[in-house]
Structures are given as structure tokens and as C-alpha cells.
Design a binder for this molecule. Structure first.
Ligand SMILES: [Zn+2]
Length: 302
């Protein structure tokens, strides 16, 4: 495993704090989303420069789609990280404006990654990808990370390129046996739709989903896991599907589909999970966490 050179090391160190979690169970992807947006611009244009008039749209979109559900207005939700990221020493604004306030930003303020950081990121090929991968993997499950990268204009394939892990201390180890145990506990079928496809006797398109995300301290416990088909895993992690306290499936009004196949998702609404005897029921605390931190929008009417 190659050690990074000093410049790269400095970049990784300065962005490391954005990968750490101080959030007491609450998701806090706002600053990382801003950095990812800036990295996307840097990769595309050679400059991370981000005028507020763009951020007010693009950053607000990202926060709305990939942040926790929130009642904060769009512009305000973007103004928080746009002004506050300055205090992390990685972001500058071309004008001194107060924290958290939208109206001064509309006077034509532009933000960008701190100059020495931007130069360091450009000093080595692959460093932007490495930083983006570290950030996105620290804040999102593998079902959502590629969608975030596409939304900020980065190549989702960068997730596959792997590479040296420079901050092992901020990473928890995943259990290697948990996924198989979850799939077995749910009888090798999707807990939502019952999909049980196999290829050569091995489940295919079936995944172990964390209810409370692993990236936000969700444990590798059986009462924090569901076997879900790939589609329903994705929709569960994107906040389209959720669970009520009585373990019935909830579908968000934000979801829409036109074809019979797409509309089959609506039919899941109200479906009650039935773990086989001996399988722990999903823990109430994890179900509540998912509802408060991931599920977006209002449930369909009963
Ligand atoms: Zn399914």
C-alpha cells in the first residue's frame, strides 16, 4: 500500500474532519455535499469556483435529495454549508458575509475551495477521485453513493477504483458474515416483495440492507437488517420506502411511476413484514431512525 506524498497527505488530513461523525445519530451530509459539488466543478472545469446563484439551485437540490428530511427552506439549507464551511479551513468566499444568512449571498458572492487545497488537489492525478470517494463513502450507503456522484458531476466508477485507505482510524469494520446471516434470517427472499431469485442455487439480486445506515453507526445486528431485492434496497435507502412502527411498508408520495412494473411499488404500501419464526424483528429505534433521517415526503394515503 503506497503512502501518499506530503501534498496529498495534507489534503486528506484537511478534509478528514468532514468524514468524521459528531452528529449523535443525526445525518449531517451538508458540508460534504458542498465539497463534493466543488470537486465535481474542479474536475470538470479546472476550478472549484461556485457562484451563490448556482449553489442556491444545485446545492439546494443535493441537500433536498440526499440530505435528511427537513423543513428548512431550500436557499437557507444551502446557505448553512456555503457560509459555515469556511470555519473548516477548506472553503473561502470572495466577500466577507455573515454566517447562515441568505440575502447577502445574493449580492453576487462566489465560493471556492481554499487556494492551496485546490492546488494540492490538482497536483496529483486521481487525488480528486480519492477525496470524493472518501467523503461519499463516509456519509452514504453503497446504494446511494453512486447517485450522489452522478448528481455532482463525478464518475460513479471512481468507487470501484478502490485505492489506499489513508484514514483507517475513522472507519469501522463491517462484519463479513452479517449480510449472509440477514439474507438467511429472512428466508432468502425480499422482505418487501418476496423476490427470491437464484442463479445456480445462489440468491441473486438479493442484498442485506441496514435499517439504520452503517455510515451513521448502524450496527451489524440482525435486528438492524432486512433482506431486500436490489430495487427495494435502493428505494429504501433513497427514502422512497420506509417502515411504520407496526412493520408495515410505507411508500412516499414523492415516488411516481407510469408503467405497470413501476407502479408495482405502490402495491407495497401497507404490506406487513412477516419475519420467519426466530428472526428478530427490526428494532424500534432503528425503524424510527430511518423514518426521521432517511424517509422523504409524506406516506401515500392508506
Ligand atoms: Zn423486493
Amino acid at each position: 500500500m503506497a503512502l501518499p506524498d506530503a501534498g496529498a497527505r495534507d489534503v486528506l488530513d484537511r478534509l478528514a474532519s468532514l468524514r468524521q461523525h459528531r452528529h449523535d445519530g443525526r445525518r449531517s451530509p451538508h458540508k460534504p455535499l458542498l465539497v463534493l459539488l466543488a470537486l465535481g466543478r474542479l474536475a470538470r472545469t479546472g476550478s472549484s469556483s461556485l457562484p451563490w446563484k448556482d449553489a442556491e439551485q444545485d446545492l439546494a437540490d443535493l441537500i433536498q435529495e440526499f440530505g435528511p428530511p427537513s423543513k428548512t427552506g431550500r436557499a437557507q439549507s444551502a446557505a448553512y454549508p456555503f457560509t459555515r464551511l469556511r470555519s473548516d479551513g477548506v472553503w473561502t468566499l470572495d466577500r466577507d458575509v455573515p454566517m447562515d444568512t441568505v440575502s447577502p449571498l445574493r449580492g453576487g458572492v462566489t465560493g471556492r475551495l481554499q487556494a492551496s487545497l485546490e492546488a494540492a488537489l490538482q497536483s496529483r492525478a486521481g487525488l480528486v477521485d480519492e477525496v470524493a470517494r472518501g467523503l461519499v463513502e463516509a456519509h452514504f450507503p453503497s446504494t446511494v453513493a453512486p447517485d450522489v456522484l452522478v448528481a455532482v458531476g463525478l464518475d460513479p466508477e471512481l468507487l470501484r477504483r478502490g485505492g489506499a485507505e489513508h484514514h483507517p482510524a475513522d472507519k469501522r469494520r463491517r462484519s463479513s458474515t452479517w449480510p449472509a446471516a440477514v439474507i438467511e434470517a429472512w428466508d432468502r427472499q425480499c422482505a418487501f416483495c418476496g423476490f427470491d431469485g437464484q442463479a445456480g442455487g445462489v440468491p441473486v439480486g438479493l442484498e442485506a440492507a441496514h435499517i439504520r445506515w452503517f455510515t451513521v453507526d448502524g450496527p451489524d445486528d440482525l435486528d438492524n437488517g432486512l433482506a431486500l431485492c436490489s430495487l427495494h434496497h435502493k428505494l429504501f435507502d433513497r427514502g422512497v420506502l420506509g417502515l411504520a412502527d407496526d412493520l408495515t411498508v410505507v411508500v412516499s408520495q414523492r415516488f411516481s411511476a407510469r408503467t405497470l412494473q413501476g407502479r408495482a411499488v405502490y402495491d407495497l404500501h401497507g404490506h406487513r413484514l412477516s419475519p420467519r419464526p426466530g428472526t428478530p424483528r427490526p428494532a424500534g429505534a432503528h425503524v424510527t431512525w430511518h423514518r426521521e433521517q432517511v424517509f422523504h415526503g409524506l406516506p401515500l394515503a392508506a
